[in-house]
Ligand binder design. Sequence first.
Ligand code: HEC
Length: 187
Amino acid sequence: MPFVFVIRFLVLVWGLCQFVGVGAGTRGAKPGPGKPAPHVTPAAAPRDEQRAFAARFYQRRCASCHGDDFTGGEGRALHPEIPDFTSAAWQKSRSDAQLLVSILDGKGKGMPPQHHRLNRDQARALVAYVRRAGPPRPAAPAVLDDFERRFAELQQQLEELREQYRRLVEAAAKQEAKGANKPAPGP
Ligand code: HEC
């Protein structure tokens, strides 16, 4: 039976390590050396769906001000402060987190909040969509994408560990049941 506790402890320590690892991931840290990323089938379909959603949503709710060409040309007469999403300088001047907040909560007088229409993932998809309007940014890998990929990896690892843990607990319980049938060995 103590064996089960050891396993439980290990799982806890593992979880803690992973948690700290996630924190490092958000700061753009690379996976540690000697620790190859586990094989994960890329979640291609959901990502494509998110992209398609963003494109549709942009057309319906954003293009009237920000333009089909993302330059804001159409809305600038009415809102002089509207940004040009195709400008490298503008893209550089904002973090993904800032864009996420602006899209959800709105900004200034002209940019209407969208939090009642978007969940977090959808808002993130829109951030990615706005980013894609700018020139490619090879120097600055998209932290959000990185984070999401790592998060998916960790979730899968956690699932696998849970499964292993469940099997171990079952095996231990069987052992114990067997042991209970035998007379206890004397001291
Ligand atoms: C009614 C016009 C209007 C609509 C519709 C609109 N925006 Fe904006 N948007 C603005 C204006 C004006 C600004 C500049 C706000 C400021 O800096 O004061 C802005 C700014 C932004 C910014 C930059 C925020 C920042 O932190 O600098 C992003 C990103 C953005 N909009 C995305 C979107 C998306 C995505 C949609 C559709 C869901 C959308 N906007 C719909 C007018 C609009």
